[in-house]
Write a protein that binds this ligand. Structure first.
Ligand SMILES: Cc1cc2nc3c(=O)[nH]c(=O)nc-3n(C[C@H](O)[C@H](O)[C@H](O)COP(=O)(O)OP(=O)(O)OC[C@H]3O[C@@H](n4cnc5c(N)ncnc54)[C@H](O)[C@@H]3O)c2cc1C
Length: 567
């Protein structure tokens, strides 16, 4: 499968839409100038096209399997991971003192997204390591950092994240894995974890598991959970993998897609682990990893959407059916509609993703509370809208292919099967939306209103050059403001939650129009202005029905009894 990394799209977004220039203006990221970033993106793009994209079908056709308890990965994945590691792409935003590149997360986000577009199932492996690197960087002792970070960053070892148990999915606080102090500073970790992505592989010297478990005096619920680092092999005195730890992969899940990524049931039987962060403070430490992963998973959605779009466009430009100017289906109005929607939504979701990453970088560089609040507000939107967009694009990609979309050999269906899980893992998109309307609005909606003000200010400026588009964006903002006021006024959280998914989507629609408008202003008379007009005229109006739904309250969703639902 061919894949062309959308480098020029990132360059345009960074330089003209999301205000990347603020990042190299800080001391922390002074070296990450636009020229440097372009060179990095081009290099990463080459690796994605040449190394990763050819592996996409391998993962699907020859999934990872257990061979007498030994995990065998899909053909070529070991070499692919090695290429990612050697390029430095695992530790892009990791600290330089431990071997990372120290780049802004915004750049890492763009590269991760490209890698996802090329081969999603393989990309998940470095993404897991990146989350672990960040969690250790912030919460581990110096000794652990010194031993583990260089190896995780270089890709010699890999990282995983173990939260889920059969009875503890979205409700992480229900977990029952235990940890007992061994008396020598280590802990004995026991329990079963399910759905663990890349829980093992045959190309890294060690697999480092971050495991949530409860200490004997840990209270029930999330407040009693601690985090442990549990390696597959216990490091010897020289830091090399030594004796096998008491853990194993019990089985692999048979999945709808993402076959190249082994999803493991893990068993820990008194495995030796090291506490990361404070006792009972596991959720705080894990949140560092989860926030990183949420942005990363949003990028998986956008990346897979890009892959699906390129695939659909290539097919549309070749398939001849009916009489059209070019002779291909690409000139049928309805096929054009699908391609335009795909391209316009890719732009919107990618802009939101980069804006979120930029806020995180600015928070890191300045420590300012406003940037932290902005990053926190944008994270659930970037995750849920990025992944919903990826799914919608992959589904539309199947439709563009007609019957061939349903036939596996075309490869269109794989994008859909692979990306589908991104709306489920790392906190389902329903949970993300609830987070947006509850925790992220504990400030009375202040951050949401600040973003709305910012969108309106730009719309005001755009009135001279793009009066119609500016007016539509401005009006949409006013509707969003009213809906936000309504939401924060609701005391019964069920009334907020019942409309949280349409609200998040409406917010993303409006944000998308903001970034499209910025693109139109920067590219007057050019293709980006035309795409912005398409989005604002035909796709933004969806916000109106979404906001009506968001403000309808909970009574309606509970209108039928459970018996009536079954009747
Ligand atoms: C391929 C794959 C890879 C994964 N990788 C990992 C991994 O590496 N590490 C890891 O720890 N986990 C991993 N997971 C697990 C994943 O994070 C969970 O599946 C996810 O968090 C949802 O939990 P659940 O499956 O138990 O669904 P449930 O929690 O049972 O949810 C079922 C439905 O109920 C909804 N729901 C649940 N609670 C609420 C609530 N309070 N309010 C409103 N709605 C609610 C959900 O949104 C969902 O629609 C993976 C899962 C898959 C499928």
């Amino acid at each position: 499968m061919t894949f062309r990394a959308p480098v020029s799209e990132y360059e345009f977004l960074l330089n003209h839409v999301v205000g990347y220039d603020a990042i190299p203006a800080t001391d922390r990221f002074a070296e990450a100038t636009p020229d440097v970033v372009s060179a990095i993106l081009n290099e990463a793009g080459k690796m994605c096209g040449e190394v990763m994209a050819p592996l996409q079908r391998n993962g699907d056709l020859t999934p990872a399997f257990l061979d007498n308890g030994v995990l065998r990965t899909s053909p070529g994945f070991g070499d692919g991971f090695k290429a990612i590691a050697e390029g430095g792409w695992i530790g892009m935003s990791a600290p330089e003192e431990h071997g990372g590149m120290g780049l802004p997360l915004t750049v890492a986000t763009a590269v991760n997204e490209m890698m996802a577009g090329a081969c999603l199932s393989l990309q998940l492996a470095p993404l897991m390591s990146q989350g672990q690197i960040e969690a250790l960087e912030h919460h581990a002792s110096d000794a652990i950092k010194e031993l583990y970070l260089p190896k995780l960053i270089s890709g010699e070892w890999s990282g995983t994240m173990n939260l889920t148990e059969p009875q503890a999915g979205s409700d992480v606080g229900a977990l029952s894995s235990k940890a007992e102090p061994n008396g020598d500073g280590t802990y004995a970790v026991s329990g079963q974890k399910i759905f663990i992505s890349w829980g093992d592989n045959d190309f890294c010297g060690n697999i480092c598991h971050l495991v949530l478990a409860r200490l004997p005096d840990g209270m029930p619920g999330t407040k009693g959970i601690s985090l442990f680092l549990v390696p597959k092999f216990l490091p010897d005195a020289d830091g090399n993998p030594g004796a096998a730890n008491d853990l194993k992969v019990v089985s692999l899940e048979h999945k709808m897609g993402l076959h190249g990524s082994p999803t493991c049931v893990m068993q820990y039987d008194g495995a030796t682990g090291w506490l990361i962060g404070e006792e009972h403070g596991g959720m705080a430490a894990m949140f560092t990893m989860m926030n990183n992963a949420r942005l990363g998973v949003g990028g998986q959605g956008v990346g897979a959407g890009e892959g699906a779009y390129q695939h659909a466009l290539a097919y549309a430009l070749e398939r001849k059916q009916g009489k059209t100017a070019s002779g291909t289906i690409a000139d049928h109005a309805d096929v054009r509609r699908m391609l335009m929607e795909m391209k316009a939504d890719l732009f919107a979701s990618r802009a939101i993703l980069l804006a979120c990453a930029q806020a995180i970088d600015m928070q890191t560089a300045t420590g300012a509370k406003d940037w932290a609040a902005r990053a926190a507000f944008l994270t659930p939107i970037a995750k849920a809208f990025g992944t919903d967009t990826g799914i919608r694009l992959a589904e539309t990609g199947v439709q563009v292919h007609g019957g061939m979309g349903f036939i596996e050999e075309s490869g269109a269906a794989q994008y859909y099967r692979d990306v589908r899980v991104t709306a489920i893992y790392e906190g389902t998109n329903g949970i993300q939306s609830m987070d947006l309307v509850a925790r992220k609005m504990m400030d009375g909606g202040e951050m949401g209103f600040a973003l709305i003000d910012e969108i309106e200010e730009q719309a005001e400026r755009a009135r001279t050059t793009h009066p119609n588009m500016a007016e539509s964006v401005w009006q949409a903002c006013e509707s969003l403001r009213e809906a936000t006021e309504w939401l924060v006024a609701q005391q019964d959280m069920q009334d907020r939650f019942a409309g949280s998914v349409p609200y998040l989507r409406a917010f993303a629609r409006v944000l998308g129009s903001h970034y499209h408008l910025a693109a139109a202003m920067a590219d007057q008379g050019g293709p980006r202005e035309k795409l912005a007009r398409y989005y604002i005229t035909r796709m933004l109006p969806e916000h109106s029905s979404l906001l009506a739904h968001a403000q309808a309250g909970a009574a309606g969703v509970f209108a039928l009894t459970l018996d009536e639902l079954a009747g």
